[in-house]
Design a protein around this ligand. Structure first.
Ligand SMILES: NC(=O)c1ccc[n+]([C@@H]2O[C@H](COP(=O)([O-])OP(=O)(O)OC[C@H]3O[C@@H](n4cnc5c(N)ncnc54)[C@H](OP(=O)(O)O)[C@@H]3O)[C@@H](O)[C@H]2O)c1
Length: 330
């Protein structure tokens, strides 16, 4: 069994450059692990693109196969509670970072990374959400846990047409929130279709300002980009508002004072999907398969093959992708 050949996207370091190609690997190239999964679908996340271009904060060793998400069928398992034939999701933890990831026909992983697929989702639908959709749902869950409700006022979603942003817009709209979507693209029809009531140009919420506080506007923010957009958003959040932060595509620096926190009592919640505890992870996936299952899930995704991945990696790095990209592997 160990010599079974399979296809994987492999990134090699050549001096300062990182080159990617589809290659034949064998099962014994995979690391040890309790569960072997035949991957049916994966998905493209911003972090995968960082891994593919040699970002050391994501991946330290090359050659490497990215892909932080995988959904597939168990082929072999050393643990009782996961059996061959089970349909499973593996996402986050170290998959695709320093462990060969889901852009391949097979992955081998520790049993505690493996989640049973919720009944309400197909393997493909699970990967339409993928880590980005999971992160959006985790952000909404944490924001609502703080007591933010539709009657409190408008919520801002930044990077709204991206993977995390688009799913967040749709879940919030489904919960009855008035969603303002901030985007740098011409994505009005797409965002309105997800349920955004107001669509604004990203520039309206970006740009540095010396002011410690701005006109209070948002009851809460799901921020997916960081940088001066997050700083400006915090300064524009109403008293008692809640802001989540998960991404850094607009910058990792945060230029603010303590005043939004000590004069308006707002809360800034960090979101870390990678290390989310298994029980909360299961709760969030179950919600995605039930009350948060989006009616427009099919329209949210563009399906690509492993052969088309390299081009899509370039496009996500340029911020040109709308919604989610699901990768058909098997
Ligand atoms: N903390 C976690 O656990 C976690 C989990 C998943 C993802 N993330 C992070 O969340 C972020 C979004 O991930 P994703 O998968 O949704 O990526 P994505 O699909 O590429 O979406 C990012 C969106 O941000 C906007 N954007 C791009 N460049 C920008 C810039 N320079 N300034 C402002 N906005 C910009 C674009 O949307 P518009 O054109 O609509 O503005 C883009 O589509 C990434 O930083 C990712 O690493 C973190």
């Amino acid at each position: 069994m160990n010599n079974i050949p399979f296809t994987a996207l492999v990134v090699h370091q050549e001096n300062e450059n990182f080159v990617r190609s589809l290659e034949t690997r064998h099962l014994d190239d995979l690391p040890p692990g309790e569960v072997l999964v035949r991957v049916h679908y994966s998905s493209l996340n911003y972090k995968d693109a960082l891994s593919a271009i040699g970002n050391r904060g994501v991946t330290r060793r090359y050659p490497h196969t990215p892909g932080i998400d995988a959904a597939g069928v168990v082929q072999a398992s050393e643990v009782e509670h996961i059996r061959p034939g089970d349909q499973v999701i593996v996402s986050c933890y170290d998959l695709g970072m320093n462990t060969p990831g889901g852009f391949a026909d097979y992955i081998r992983v520790p049993a505690n990374w493996v989640l049973k697929k919720p009944d309400g989702l197909s393997l493909r639908e699970a990967m339409v959400y993928g880590t980005a959709g999971f992160t959006a749902a985790l952000s909404v869950h944490k924001l609502m846990q703080q007591g933010v409700r539709p009657a409190d006022g408008p919520l801002l979603v930044t990077g709204a047409s991206g993977g995390v942003g688009s799913v967040a817009v749709a879940i919030l709209a489904g919960e009855g929130f008035h969603v303002t979507a901030a985007s740098g693209k011409d994505a009005d029809a797409f965002l309105a279709g997800l349920g955004a009531e107001e669509i604004i140009d990203r520039q309206q919420v970006s740009g540095a300002t010396d002011k410690a506080l701005l006109r209070p506007r948002w009851a809460g923010i799901i921020d997916t980009v960081g940088g001066d957009i997050l700083a400006k958003g915090l300064k524009s959040t109403r008293a008692g508002g809640v802001v989540t932060t998960c991404g850094n595509v607009a910058g990792a620096e945060l230029d603010i004072t303590v005043y939004p926190f000590i004069l308006r009592g707002i809360a800034l919640l960090g979101i870390d999907a990678a290390e989310c505890p298994l029980a909360l992870r299961q709760t969030i996936w179950d919600k995605l398969g039930a009350e948060w299952k989006l009616p427009m899930l099919a329209e949210l995704a563009t399906e690509i093959s492993l052969e088309q991945l390299s081009d899509s990696i370039d496009r996500i790095l340029q911020g040109r992708i709308k919604g989610r990209t699901v990768v058909k592997v098997a």
